[in-house]
Write a protein that binds this ligand. Structure first.
Ligand code: SF4
Length: 115
């Protein structure tokens, strides 16, 4: 799958940290996991419903997704305000985490789908 497509459906719409021209190796674990699920056919981004960013959803799944995804992320914990351990007002997770939380909440994926 082309990189620009991946950035179009996960980074650009959902990630407040994304900047055009960002190097691919800057990917967070959340984005890598989204890409893995798409590549194995678990979710088809071309046919997924429009999902709006909702803080209540990412807060609801913060701990369980934190255990399954964030603990192996290069940005965890020091460079991620959302999972850094201290409350940072208004801190948002990366776009990959947001999309995983929305997919889980919508029933598109199960926790057992995550590596
Ligand atoms: S929310 Fe933070 S720690 Fe979790 S995958 Fe995203 S950048 Fe990494």
């Amino acid at each position: 799958m082309a990189k620009h497509r991946f950035q179009n459906y996960v980074c650009r719409p959902y990630c407040m940290f994304f900047k055009d021209g960002q190097k691919e190796e800057m990917s967070c674990r959340g984005a890598e996991e989204v890409e893995r699920l798409v590549q194995q056919g678990s979710v088809d981004p071309a046919n997924m419903p429009t999902l709006r960013k909702e803080p209540a959803v990412w807060e609801k799944h913060k701990d369980v997704l934190g255990d399954r995804v964030c603990r192996t992320c290069a940005f965890f914990p020091g460079d991620c305000d959302f999972q850094g351990g201290e409350e940072v007002e208004g801190a948002e997770p990366c776009g990959g985490f947001i999309l995983l939380a929305l997919w889980y909440e919508s029933g598109l994926i199960r926790m057992t789908d995550l590596e």
